[in-house]
Design a protein around this ligand. Structure first.
Ligand code: J2J
Length: 540
C-alpha cells in the first residue's frame, strides 16, 4: 500500500486497529459506496436540482464518465482539485468522480474570493479548479484567470456553464475506463476549518473516518430510502454534506434535493414539490423561516425534522420551531474537524430546546477542562477537547500549529466552552478561540487583522465580535490609524480589493488612538478583545 499523503497526520496504529476491529471503520470508499447504492437502489432518484433528476444508476454512470475524462486530462490519484460550486447536482457528480479516482477535492465556499482561493490553490499545489460561470452576481471566470496566472501548478480551470477562455466541464466526460481507486484509509478530501489563525487550515478526512460519521449520523437521524433531504446551506460545508447531509442521504439510499438559495421563496416550493422530509439550517436562517409569511402559502407538511447548527440557537427560537413549522427540531453541534453532537429525535422537548445534544458515537471521547487542561468539576464550564474515530489528529501541512491545536495524546482543542448536563448533553456556553461566528459563517480574527495591517494608514488592528440580534455576532474592526484615519468605506473597499470573502469584511470599523491597557508586559489579544467587546456592547 502507498504511504499516507505527506503532511497529513493520521491515527496511531493502535487506535486505527481498534477502530477497525470495533467495526467503526469498515473499509469502504466513496467510489464503491456509490457503486453499491447504484446496484441496490438503481432506479430510485438520488439527486435533484435545476433541471436534473438523476437516479442512482444515472449518477453512478455519469461519475464514471467524468472520472475517465479527468483522467484523460492528466488528473491523477492524490492530485488536489479546488472545487467551488454552488448547490447544483454537478457538485456531487464532480466530487464523486474525484473520489473514484483518488483525486482530492478541496472544498471552497462560493463566497471565497482571490485571497482564499489563491491560498488554497498555492498551498495544496492544486492542478485544477472547478467553478460556475456566474453565481450570485459574481463572475468566477475572472477570478480563475487571476488565480491561474499566480499558481504555476494550476493546469485546468473547469467551468460549469459558459467556459469563456477556460474549459467547459460539460466537455470533459468520456467513455469510462478502469481506474485504480483509493484505499479506505486514504485521505478523500480537504474540508476547511472555521479557523482562528492568519490563514485557513485544511482538514484531511479519510474515506474510513468520514463514511463512519455518515453511518453514525444516518443511524441517529433515522434516515432511510424514504428520506428526502434538502441541501439549503452551502453544499461544500461539512454540515449539509455529512450531518447527515447529502452524503448521509446517499448512504441511506434516499433522495437529495439541491436548493440554489436557502430563502423561503426558493426552499418552500421545493419542500412542497419534492416532499422534503429533513433539512438543515443555521440559526439566522431559522429565524427567517420562522418569521416568513410564505410558510402558510406552501404545504410544508412533509417536513419531519429541521436541523439547526453551526452557531448557538437561542432557547426562544428553538421553542418556536415545532409550533410554527409543524416539524421536530434537532440541534446539531458539529465541526469540520470531526465531532458531531445531536439532540435525539425522541428526546424530551426541553432537552431538544435547551441543549446542543450529545456525541453521535460511543467512541467519541470528550474532556471538559480548565486553562491548564485539568478537568473541571462535573457540570462546570470548560474547554471542550475531543478524540475519536472521525476526529482528525492534525491539519494538513501545519506541524507547528498542530502542536497547539491538539494535546500530546491526540485530543483536538475545539476552542469551544461547554458545560455537560447531568443527562450527558452539551451546552455551548461560549468560545475561547479567536474567531467570530457570524451566524454560522466563521471569521478568523487574525486573518482579517493581517489584511487590515497591509493598509498604509493602519498602524494596528483588532477584530472582535459584537452581539447582534439577527446573526448572534457580527464583526467589528478596531483600528489605530497611522496619520489621518481612512474612511471605513475606503478600508472595506481595500479589503474587498485584496480579495477577501464578503462575510469577512468588518460590519463595523472603529478608530481609536490606542488599545485599552491590558496589564503588564506583552499585550494580551484576549484581554484586549474582552475589553473592546465590553466598551462596544454599550450602543453608541
Ligand atoms: C454553538 N456553536 C456551534 C452549535 C457549531 C454540523 C453542524 C455544524 C458544523 C459546523 C458542522 C454549533 N452551537 N449548535 O461541521 O458537521 C460552532 C463551534 C464549532 C464550530 C465548527 C457539522 N455548531 N458551532 O459549524 O467547522 O464553535 O462546523 O467548533 O463550520 O462552529 O464550525 P464548522
Amino acid at each position: 500500500a502507498l504511504e499516507h499523503l505527506p503532511g497529513c497526520p493520521t491515527w496511531p496504529e493502535d487506535f486505527a486497529r481498534r477502530y477497525r476491529e470495533a467495526g467503526y471503520w469498515r473499509g469502504e470508499t466513496f467510489g464503491q459506496l456509490l457503486r453499491d447504492r447504484a446496484r441496490d437502489f438503481g432506479t430510485r432518484v438520488a439527486l435533484v436540482g435545476g433541471t436534473h433528476r438523476w437516479t442512482y444508476a444515472e449518477l453512478d454512470a455519469r461519475v464514471d464518465r467524468l472520472a475517465a475524462g479527468f483522467h484523460a486530462m492528466g488528473i491523477r490519484s492524490r492530485d488536489r482539485v479546488v472545487v467551488q460550486l454552488p448547490n447544483v447536482p454537478e457538485f456531487y457528480e464532480v466530487i464523486f468522480a474525484l473520489f473514484r479516482m483518488g483525486a482530492l477535492p478541496v472544498f471552497a465556499l462560493p463566497a471565497h474570493r482571490a485571497s482564499e482561493i489563491g491560498y488554497f490553490c498555492a498551498f495544496t499545489e492544486a492542478v485544477a479548479y472547478v467553478i460556475p460561470d456566474r453565481f450570485g452576481g459574481f463572475d468566477y471566470r475572472g477570478l480563475a484567470e487571476q488565480v491561474k496566472a499566480a499558481t504555476p501548478t494550476l493546469k485546468h480551470v473547469l467551468v460549469l456553464g459558459d467556459a469563456g477562455s477556460h474549459t467547459a466541464l460539460a466537455s470533459v466526460a468520456t467513455e469510462p475506463v478502469a481506474l485504480e481507486g483509493p484505499s479506505p484509509s486514504d485521505v478523500a478530501f480537504f474540508q476547511l476549518s472555521g479557523g482562528s489563525t492568519g490563514v485557513p487550515k485544511l482538514i484531511p478526512r479519510t474515506h474510513d473516518d468520514y463514511i463512519y460519521s455518515l453511518r453514525a449520523s444516518v443511524d441517529v437521524c433515522r434516515l432511510s430510502p424514504e428520506t428526502v433531504y434538502l441541501c439549503a446551506l452551502p453544499a461544500a460545508h461539512n454540515f449539509p454534506m455529512s450531518s447527515p447531509g447529502v452524503l448521509g442521504t446517499f448512504y441511506a439510499g434516499g433522495t437529495a434535493v439541491m436548493a440554489l438559495n436557502p430563502s423561503p421563496d426558493v426552499a418552500f416550493p421545493l419542500i412542497e414539490r419534492e416532499r422534503v422530509t429533513v433539512t438543515a439550517l443555521v440559526p439566522p436562517l431559522t429565524m427567517v423561516w420562522l418569521d416568513s409569511s410564505l410558510a402558510k402559502k406552501h404545504d410544508l407538511s412533509s417536513l419531519k425534522v429541521l436541523q439547526v447548527g453551526g452557531a448557538r440557537l437561542s432557547d426562544e427560537a428553538a421553542a418556536r420551531v415545532r409550533p410554527t413549522l409543524g416539524c421536530g427540531l434537532q440541534q446539531v453541534f458539529g465541526m469540520a474537524e470531526g465531532l458531531v453532537n445531536y439532540t435525539r429525535l425522541d428526546d424530551a422537548e426541553t432537552r431538544i430546546v435547551t441543549t446542543q445534544g450529545r456525541p453521535m458515537s460511543d467512541a467519541d471521547e470528550l474532556r471538559v477542562v480548565d486553562d491548564d487542561d485539568v478537568p473541571v468539576a462535573p457540570g462546570g464550564t470548560g474547554h471542550l477537547l475531543t478524540r475519536g474515530p472521525y476526529t482528525i489528529r492534525g491539519y494538513y501541512k501545519a506541524e507547528a500549529h498542530n502542536t497547539k491545536a491538539f494535546t500530546t495524546d491526540g485530543f483536538y482543542r475545539t476552542g469551544d466552552l461547554v458545560r455537560l448536563t447531568p443527562e450527558g448533553d452539551l451546552v455551548v456556553e461560549g468560545r475561547a478561540k479567536d474567531q467570530i461566528n457570524r451566524g454560522g459563517d466563521k471569521v478568523a480574527a487574525e486573518e482579517v487583522e493581517n489584511h487590515l495591517l497591509a493598509h498604509p494608514s493602519v498602524s494596528d488592528a483588532a477584530v472582535v465580535a459584537i452581539p447582534d440580534k439577527f446573526l448572534g455576532e457580527r464583526t467589528c474592526a478596531v483600528v489605530i490609524p497611522r496619520g489621518e484615519a481612512p474612511s471605513p468605506s475606503a478600508l472595506n473597499a481595500f479589503l474587498r480589493q485584496r480579495g477577501l470573502a464578503s462575510f469577512k469584511i468588518p460590519d463595523r470599523i472603529e478608530f481609536v488612538a490606542a488599545f485599552p491597557q491590558t496589564g503588564v508586559g506583552k499585550v494580551s489579544k484576549k484581554a484586549l478583545r474582552d475589553s473592546l467587546r465590553q466598551s462596544l456592547s454599550t450602543p453608541s
